[in-house]
Design a protein around this ligand. Sequence first.
Ligand SMILES: Nc1ncnc2c1ncn2[C@@H]1O[C@H](COP(=O)(O)OP(=O)(O)OP(=O)(O)O)[C@@H](O)[C@H]1O
Length: 369
Amino acid sequence: MIDLGVRGLSGENKIQLAAKFDDFTLAVNLDLPVRGVSVLFGPSGCGKTTVLRAIAGLAPQVRGVVNIAGELWQDEVTFVPSHLRGVGMVFQQPSLFAHLSVAQNLQFGLQRTPESQRRVRYEQALDLLGIAALLPRKPAQLSGGEQQRVAIARALLASPTLLLLDEPLAALDAPRKAELLPYLAQLNRELNIPMVYVTHAMDEVSQLADYLVLMSAGRVIAQGDLASTLARPDLPVQFAEERSTILDTRVVELNADFHLTRLAFGCDGSGGELWVPNKQHQLGQAQRLRIMARDISIATTDEAHSSIVNRLPAQITALLPTTHPAHVLVQMSVHGVTLMAQITALSQARLQLAVGQTVWAQVKAVALL
Ligand SMILES: Nc1ncnc2c1ncn2[C@@H]1O[C@H](COP(=O)(O)OP(=O)(O)OP(=O)(O)O)[C@@H](O)[C@H]1O
């Protein structure tokens, strides 16, 4: 028997799963927040879909405990059937009813939940996913991205307790994907429906996740809130390239002369500022950024003649080893906001960096999310 280690189930979204297939063993223990987007991220075949299917009640061969929002869906003696779990599912392929119009497909979702229990209004779903103009069309008359938006709206209209999304953007080309991502981010902000989202695309993770679960070979390698999980110095080698700082910033200046936008971050925007290329920004707008640890270099003086625009005064708070001995992680505080740079141990020695020292963090590239 597989030891599930089912102990101390105190939180509301506790998921402990175990399964043994031919050459694959799953043993995961998840503690997901009851709000926001939890992303399961990992390489192909690591077990993400199996976890999602088990949460949905579609993988009876996976044993364990599924306890969502205080409701026990599965344990050693209980197995609530899938249709009674109140989950919405969105897959890689939109799976709309081809013979029905968009409006009829949406009605199908709506009718799954009695009126008194509906938490998502029809107009709200149309609006959130921008599909009002598509209502009379049949799925064959929609682009892949439009079909997926309809599929998401249909799932939402059933007012699920939990929305499960299995690589919903994987079948789309880059422009369609870029078109759909903001809709997903908006759903998270506007609706109080927690989502578990499976992907192996890091751009989706950093744009959507509140909580991140890193999986490898049927196991959970790390889990926690997005920013602190991506910043962990002990990320195993297969995730080390993803090490980064996530910054929530606000647009404070639009510079037309150089086509740049100035972003402020930290408490009340007083933590520091970064210039990024213009991208239809609006003053006051919130903007999430991802800065890869390898894209920050360090100088011990203010290199006024450097071409790097973004130089932030910072204090070193920790020097940490990584999984590769050639590299060192330099953790720094910029007015209380933590930034992380990955440099070589050689540079650390040459610059004689030490905890407490004031340095200049030079940001080479910033990904706007
Ligand atoms: N019912 C099953 N019987 C046998 N093996 C299974 C079963 N379900 C899943 N597996 C195996 O479990 C492993 C994990 O599969 P899963 O689809 O969960 O991975 P994944 O991380 O979602 O991969 P991908 O990103 O490619 O979709 C695979 O090796 C798969 O073949």
